[in-house]
Design a binder for this molecule. Sequence first.
Ligand code: 2BA
Length: 113
Amino acid sequence: MANKMKLIIAIVQDEDANRLISSLMADGFSVTKLATTGGFLRAGNTTLLIGIEETKLESAMKIIESTCKSRKQIATSPSPITGTTGVYVPYPVEVTVGGATIFVLDVDQFVRV
Ligand code: 2BA
């Protein structure tokens, strides 16, 4: 019977994406890169789709963990305080983004035609 497959969906920072793709490909993984946008920061990030055999999951996860760094970013959020004017005032908030947000899914079927 064929090996079970998993799909890794990894949301990473643009700064780490190219190095991560190179490392994954050097180890023989296939990768699809999507240009995505985070809902909170409304800034660009990168989502990678990596379809792999279950037995190789741990090795792919290690590469992601060792390549992706967490960084502090400033988000400009609307203030909840509207005061008497009713105007929302943007104010900066520091958030720690990443290393990587990773989802691992079971793959029902993997077909290449
Ligand atoms: P963003 O949504 O732009 O979020 C960037 C960072 O802002 C997050 O980093 C987190 O530190 C902070 N943040 C997000 N939502 C927040 C909130 N409601 N209140 C306060 N701070 C908040 P990470 O957690 O490392 O997430 C990085 C990116 O991964 C996210 O970018 C989003 O694109 C994705 N992501 C994270 N969790 C997700 C989930 N459960 N489902 C889908 N995408 C997710």
